[in-house]
Design a protein around this ligand. Structure first.
Ligand code: NJP
Length: 225
């Protein structure tokens, strides 16, 4: 209640559902992503205690600007959900030259940038929550997931090290590792639908991921799988 929560990649999918669930719990939610029009509509739909902020996690200037704006408006961030991300499922031999780097820049370096933007404030208040949406792809890997899985392995390595580093500081760090979730993620990851067809029966809704995420926070879990 009354906490300031920032959710990256909140313009849809898992981030949208997590933001909505936090808002229902009484948090002030900052909806951050690149699609500002979508975010404004979403903020309007949620009503009071919701604010849209333009953020491209791949761009360090955009990250600095966004967190300055949040700091000016609220003076602090209590909870950061590093959720912004995308994947492209492709064979290593076929992937375009910049594919590995662009996924790493958003999924991994985006998480690092946003975390570093909120850490000084959390450390000085000795309180905070950092939630990193990684993936089951951070724990295992399948063909065509080399680039994407590497980014999520990186996010999990970062998350696990950070948790140890922050032990005793009052800041909690949790990883969320979903399996396949019914979102727009697969429009980019798997435009032909070959992967999606194979996992349809395993897919869960983003609302379910949001519920499990909040339950994990309530229980002080290190990971939600
Ligand atoms: O995907 P989608 P999900 N800067 O496409 C934003 C992980 N995951 O909800 O910027 C800032 O509906 C984008 O907004 P916009 C996955 O790896 C998923 O499924 O406006 N934001 C949108 O709001 C990812 O880390 C599955 O285009 C950026 C959001 O990210 C997270 O869950 C399974 C951005 C993506 O929404 C959310 O994905 C799994 C940038 N540079 C893990 N680039 C799954 N769906 O099956 C993108 O294990 N966004």
């Amino acid at each position: 209640d009354g906490k300031i929560a920032v959710v990256t990649g909140a313009s849809g999918g898992i981030g949208g559902s997590v933001a909505e669930a936090l808002h229902e719990r009484g948090a002030h939610v900052v909806l951050a992503a690149r699609s500002v029009d979508k975010l404004n509509d979403f903020a309007e739909k949620l009503g009071s205690r919701a604010m849209a902020v333009a953020l491209d996690v791949a761009d360090e200037h955009s990250v600095a600007r966004a967190f300055e704006e949040i700091e000016a408006r609220f003076g602090r961030v209590d909870l950061l959900v590093n959720n912004a991300g995308f994947g492209r499922f492709e064979l290593v031999a076929d992937a375009p030259a910049d594919s590995f780097e662009s996924m790493m820049n958003v999924n991994y370096f985006g998480t690092v940038r946003c975390t570093r933007a909120v850490l000084p404030g959390m450390l000085s208040r000795r309180e905070g929550w950092i939630v990193n949406v990684a993936s089951i792809a951070g724990k295992t890997a399948t063909a065509k997931s080399a680039g994407y899985a590497a980014t999520k392995h990186a996010v999990l390595g970062f998350t696990n090290a950070l948790r140890q580093e922050l032990h005793g500081t009052g800041i909690r760090v949790m990883a969320v590792n979903p399996g396949p979730v019914r979102t727009a993620f697969f429009d980019i990851a798997d435009p032909e639908g070959g992967y999606v067809n194979g996992v349809k029966s395993m897919m869960v809704t983003p609302e379910r991921v949001a519920r499990e995420t909040l339950a994990g926070l309530d229980r002080g879990r290190a990971e939600v799988n």
